[in-house]
Design a protein around this ligand. Sequence first.
Ligand code: SF4
Length: 105
Amino acid sequence: MSTPLNRREFLVRAAALGAVTAAGGAFLAACSKPALVCTDTTGVDPAAVALRETQAYVDKSTTSGRNCNNCTFYQAAAAGECGGCTLFAGPINPEGYCNGWSRRA
Ligand code: SF4
C-alpha cells in the first residue's frame, strides 16, 4: 500500500525526474548525427558532373547489397566524410550508388 507524498518528497522526486529526462535528451542529441550528404558538385568539372548524371549517381543506394562502399571504384575518406570515385570527380557518399557499380574483390 502506498502512502501519499508530502510536498517535500514530491518536489524532490519531480526534480529527479526532470534531471533524468534532461540527461536522456542530451544523450539522444549526442547520438543522432545528421546523415552524410555528398551532393554538392560546386566547382567540379562539368564533364564529370555530366558523367555522374549519366551514371545516375544517387546519394543513397536503393539497390540491396550494392553501394559505393563495396564498389571497386570507391575511394574511401575519413569516417563521416564524403569519399571519391575513380570513374568521375566529385563527392561520393559511401552509401551512394550508380550504374557503374562493380563489386570490390
Ligand atoms: Fe559509387 Fe558508382 Fe563510383 Fe562505384 S562507380 S563508387 S557505385 S559512384
